[in-house]
Design a protein around this ligand. Structure first.
Ligand code: MG
Length: 265
């Protein structure tokens, strides 16, 4: 089912989007050398609960996982890229960390992800991976407007990733979002312009370009959740939730000027 939000629902989506973005920025600020992934998860939980929101992840139990996810944020380090289960791991200088967060607030979900380097390392290959997903996301958003087709977004994202020299995996991509986290339509990270569902105002999409340096094949950890590059190469993933508006697209998952602080140590 594809949901189209009315203006009142869109106003609520803006609130959820800002909450997700502010939590991610607060977590990023604390994710330094020596930080444990389980602490990041604990902080995410505290911020979600303090806001009166609900996690989309903690009870999430699709067929591919071993039971409910049981955590509040996805933490993917280096060769891990999607569904990263927080584990007892301490971040080191030069790690490439992806945080992916989805919450429901006042009945509307938002979903976003950021990749960044931990510590002071600016390792060029990792920075290039991150930059490619950010450019691809920007291109996808620029292609999103009423009357355009879903394939226009996919094509724009894919052109950037391919142009940067990265293979594209088509098993996982973006998705519709609204009263729940994962909805139709699927938004592939590659596709043909002019094809697919015609975009309409009120449609919310989570666009999420992600890449692995030298492969399009994933392997799954024994936990059934964390997906890694089959070659062990590094990965990056960037995501925004956007709303199709009358004249283009609005990014809902932008941080606010005030931001949010973590209510626990
Ligand atoms: Mg998503």
């Amino acid at each position: 089912m594809i949901e189209i939000l009315n203006p009142a629902e869109l106003a609520r989506a803006r609130v959820t989007g800002a909450l997700v973005a502010d939590i991610l920025q607060a977590l990023k600020a604390r994710a330094t050398v020596g930080t444990n992934l389980l602490d990041i998860d604990r902080w995410a939980k505290a911020m979600i609960l303090e806001a009166g929101a609900q996690s989309c992840y903690v009870d999430y139990a699709p067929s591919f996982g071993n039971g409910p996810f049981g955590h509040y944020v996805c933490t993917a380090v280096n060769d891990a890229v999607l569904h990263g289960l927080p584990v007892d791991y301490t971040l080191a200088d030069g790690d490439l960390l992806t945080l992916d967060l989805a919450v429901v607030n006042d009945g509307i979900a938002a979903d976003a992800a950021i990749s960044f380097m931990v510590g002071t390392s600016q390792q060029p290959k990792s920075m290039a991976l991150i930059a490619a997903t950010e450019r691809a996301l920007a291109a996808g958003i620029a292609a999103a407007r009423p009357g355009a087709r879903l394939g226009d977004i996919s094509s724009a994202i894919g052109a950037v990733l391919t142009g940067a020299g990265y293979p594209i995996n088509v098993e996982f991509g973006g998705h519709g979002i609204g009263s729940t986290m994962h909805q139709d339509p699927h938004v592939s990270n590659t596709g043909q312009a002019g094809r697919g569902y015609k975009l309409r105002p009120g449609l919310l999409l989570a666009l999420e370009p992600w890449v692995m340096e030298d492969t399009d094949r994933l392997i799954t950890d024994a936990d059934g959740w964390t997906l890694r590059s089959a070659t062990g190469s590094r990965t990056a993933h960037t995501e925004h939730t956007i709303a199709i508006t009358a004249d283009g697209a609005e990014i809902l998952t932008l941080p606010t000027a005030a931001g949010r602080s973590i209510p626990v140590d």
